[in-house]
Design a protein around this ligand. Structure first.
Ligand SMILES: [Fe+2]
Ligand SMILES: [Fe+2]
Length: 327
């Protein structure tokens, strides 16, 4: 790396990286990671995962059969999670806008931004085709929710900082992977599980790309990157938080074990933080050290909250099981 940070205040002796300089300094890493990604990402065809033979005309223009609940074997929990996952994927134009604005559309960054967008586009196509062919969800409700959600757009919480943006996507891609994977497990349809496993695999590769980029950022600008990681982890929210009825859906998804505090702490935050050895990074300046300490305190608190959630979840599930047994 030959690009030097900008001296912010000579009197303090500290230096700070601007977003523009960081983007230039990380271009080499982006190129390496892009090439690695293109080698390991296996192309796949979304249409092969959709059981088209189960499909038939809907009512309306073609005068087919109206949708009704019993037409699909997907579980109620699976239905809720599938809709949240699909609407999250649907907002891709806004995500593309946010990352293209932050990372640019030139050079290796631009190639990555476009390639990532194309891969993400496949996810929405595949899930929607699957849900409509198998009649897993109400197509009218789904379309109204999509219109409403996309019309709101998506604004990144991290548009002010390149390092915050990289840190966010490293965790968010893993969160999305886990969410798709667990939705598949609980969907009650092996074909749905198979499709979501395929999508989850893509999300994992996206996580690896951004995680490796974050690793390089922690080496180049440790104090600023540590601040970014700490801020992102302590203020994390899922990209689909603006979906109509998100709070209610998120509660069902949490109790059902698709995505909750315990999963967020154990399967999303900790694997990335451990891999990057974030809590063990030494030689930080006062700002980096402060951020690292804040992160440690937050993680302890989150773990304790997750334990409380585990207990509430276990009690609720036990009550439900007892009610079922009494019927
Ligand atoms: Fe995706
Ligand atoms: Fe992704």
């Amino acid at each position: 790396m030959t690009i030097a940070p900008v001296q912010r205040t000579a009197s303090l002796g500290s230096s700070t990286w601007t977003d523009t300089r960081l983007i230039m300094a990380l271009e080499e890493v982006v190129e390496q990671e892009l090439n690695r990604h293109l080698k390991v990402a296996k192309d796949w065809m979304p249409h092969e995962f959709v059981p088209w033979s189960q499909g038939r005309d809907f009512d309306g223009v073609l005068g087919g059969e109206a949708w009704s609940l019993e037409q699909s074997q997907v579980t109620p929990l699976g239905r809720v999670a599938l809709v949240v996952n699909l609407l999250t994927e649907d907002n891709l134009p806004s995500y593309h806008h946010e990352i293209a604005t932050m990372f640019g559309r030139e050079g290796a960054w631009g190639t990555w931004v476009h390639r990532w967008t194309a891969e993400e586009g496949r996810h929405g196509i595949a899930i929607r085709d699957f849900l409509l062919a198998t009649r897993a969800v109400d197509p009218n409700e789904l379309e109204r929710a999509r219109m409403s959600h996309m019309s709101e757009g998506f604004e990144s919480d991290n548009a002010h900082s390149m390092l915050h943006s990289v840190a966010y996507v490293a965790f968010q891609e893993l969160a999305t992977r886990i969410s798709h994977r667990n939705t598949g497990h609980f969907a009650g349809d092996p074909l749905c599980d198979q499709l979501l496993a395929k999508i989850a695999n893509d999300e994992n590769l996206h996580m690896v790309f951004y995680r490796n980029l974050l690793k390089a950022a922690l080496e180049i600008a440790p104090d600023q990157a540590m601040r970014a990681v700490s801020d992102v982890v302590t203020q994390f929210r899922m990209p689909g938080h603006g979906i109509p009825g998100f709070e209610r859906a998120a509660a069902q998804i949490a109790i059902g074990g698709v995505y909750n505090l315990r999963i967020h702490h154990d399967d999303v935050l900790q694997p990335v933080l451990r891999h990057l050895k974030v809590m063990e990074i030494g030689g930080l300046g006062p700002e980096g050290l402060q951020a690292q300490q804040e992160l440690g305190v937050f993680l302890d608190g989150l773990d304790a909250m997750a334990t409380k959630f585990d207990e509430r979840q276990a009690a609720l599930l036990a009550r439900r099981a007892a009610r079922e047994a009494a019927k």
